[in-house]
Write a protein that binds this ligand. Structure first.
Ligand code: FPP
Length: 250
């Protein structure tokens, strides 16, 4: 039975607003997806990588200009050596095998996180794909690799402090607009929507500063099962939300 429009919440009844320009995703649940099938965790990560491809390819049609995915956190080094080295080789292979497609799709690839702890071969591939896709403008894929929000703020603060010490930055001029210029994400808009899959409702040190006004969606689907349809359903829910940034309802 259709609900009479007069009893719908006025916010929900309002026409859909614009979609999110920047979507950030915590891709969780790869390990459980594999374990439920009695398979090694790495198989879940491989299936997860295929979803990254599908979701990035869908972005231009869905009006998403920026997508940022959490691929490896500063805390993920605590996993077994097998899993860490398997993930690192998956990242290397992903860059090698996807480079052509990403270039042709018009995807610009960037990485955020501390690269210094990554091995030289992976770093070289990251530099290569960033340079190769630097002129693309259709969609911006940012991969957070060895990334932690607190670590990013600490590294940014170090750079800012150096500028103060050298006289390039007047401490009295510092506002809430200053630190973002030192963050890894300085060229990106803040995320409008953060999605976390697998039923966990945590932000796990992801884009802490940047997500101050983001909307959140926590969904039960495990990342390797997260299809384009799941993504579209979330985007249409987002269109029904009213973002007020601390103001009052219009
Ligand atoms: C979290 O699931 C997922 C990760 C730590 C890795 C994410 C990596 C990918 C999706 C692979 C490919 C990415 C790119 C960009 C090529 P989990 O292992 O913690 O799952 P669990 O909570 O079920 O154990």
């Amino acid at each position: 039975m259709a609900i009479p429009t007069q009893i719908l919440d006025p916010v929900l009844a309002a026409p859909a607003g614009p979609g999110p320009r920047h979507v950030a995703i915590i891709m969780d649940g790869n390990g459980r997806w594999a374990q439920r099938r009695g398979r090694p965790r790495l198989l879940g990560h491989r299936a997860g990588a295929r979803r990254v491809r599908e979701i990035v390819a869908a972005c231009p049609d869905l009006g998403v200009e920026y997508v940022t995915v959490f691929a490896f956190s500063t805390e993920n080094w605590k996993r077994t050596q097998d899993e860490v080295s398997g993930l690192m080789s998956l990242f290397r292979r992903y860059i090698q095998t996807e480079a052509d497609t990403l270039l042709r799709q018009g995807t610009r690839v960037r990485f955020i996180g501390d690269r210094l702890q990554l091995d030289a071969k992976l770093r070289a591939l990251m530099d290569m794909i960033e340079a190769l896709t630097a002129h693309n403008t259709r969609v911006n894929l940012t991969v957070a690799l060895n990334y932690g929000g607190r670590d990013e703020v600490a590294r940014a603060t170090k750079r800012l402090a150096r500028d103060v010490a050298s006289g390039r930055l007047d401490p009295e001029s510092i506002t809430d607009q200053t630190l973002p210029r030192y963050l890894d994400t300085h060229v990106l808009p803040d995320p409008d929507l953060v999605i976390r899959t697998s039923g966990e409702a945590r932000i796990s040190n992801f884009l802490l500063w940047q997500s101050a006004y983001a909307e959140y969606e926590f969904v039960d689907t495990l990342w390797p099962d997260f299809t384009r349809d799941c993504f579209e359903a979330i985007l249409s829910r987002y269109g029904m939300r009213e973002r007020r940034y601390g103001g009052v309802r219009a």
